[in-house]
Design a protein around this ligand. Structure first.
Ligand SMILES: Cc1cc2nc3c(=O)[nH]c(=O)nc-3n(C[C@H](O)[C@H](O)[C@H](O)COP(=O)(O)O)c2cc1C
Length: 211
């Protein structure tokens, strides 16, 4: 990680690049869900009895700037699927890496069988804006209302309009370093089913490409 202070906007970029004319052999892997990285989202919902539930989702990301929207893709088998269909709302919570065990647990066990909040010791907080709970201990929480449901195949995509974003104040105050360094979100590599932390700073977007 670069030192504290403002990241540089110029300078040599890390990594070895191919020289012009140099060949790199490509191998066809076929049709696979292979993208690096995917996020580690934790989706918060209420079930039909009002019990809060959480599940982990890697198939998702921002999908519109205005209105601000995020998309997540869920299998119908997930308890969360029915919860979202019924309530038309969810929260999207970003765990920091110190909560890796909890985030993984939320993706192994179904809320149909266990009270995941109770077992993990994490705290559900009722959103004031949407009909879903968020995870108090996770630093970033998006409160979303479902505006589209897209049937794709095995997964159904829920597009949620982001009504509000909550972030731990400690990540914002008294320091001008990028939030991502403090937030320490997890990354997921689908092929190897491995979690990673965020790596080195590379450069500033819409800037280093000005050549
Ligand atoms: C890292 C990780 C990523 C996952 N991503 C998704 C996903 O994007 N969509 C999905 O339907 N299930 C995904 N799962 C599986 C669900 O989290 C899992 O089926 C969970 O038990 C569902 O919980 P629920 O039944 O309480 O809703 C993922 C699991 C892990 C560990």
């Amino acid at each position: 990680m670069m030192g504290a202070g403002k990241p540089p906007t110029t300078g040599k970029l890390p990594g070895k690049r191919l020289k012009k004319g140099e060949n790199s052999m490509k191998k066809n892997l076929g049709a696979k869900t292979l993208v690096y990285p995917t996020p580690v989202f934790v989706i918060g919902t209420y079930d039909h009895e009002g019990k809060p539930n959480v599940m982990t989702a890697a198939w998702g990301g921002i999908c519109c700037s205005s209105p601000p929207c995020v998309a997540v893709a869920l299998r119908k088998a997930a308890y969360t699927y029915g919860n979202i269909m019924a309530r038309k709302a969810f929260t999207l919570n970003i765990p920091s890496e110190k909560y890796a065990r909890e985030a993984d647990y939320f993706g192994i066990v179904s809320g149909r069988k266990e009270d995941k909040f109770a077992k993990s010791g994490l705290t559900p907080v009722k959103s004031e804006l949407v009909d879903a709970p968020y995870v108090k201990e996770f630093p970033l929480n998006l409160e979303c209302k479902v505006i589209h449901v897209v049937e794709i195949g095995l997964h159904t995509q829920f597009i949620g309009e982001i009504i509000n974003v909550k972030i731990d104040e400690s990540l914002l105050v008294g320091d001008d370093r990028p939030i991502i360094e403090k937030l320490k979100p997890m990354l997921y590599a689908p092929d190897s089913t491995a979690y990673y932390g965020v790596g080195e700073y590379i450069g500033r977007a819409f800037s280093i490409g000005k050549i």
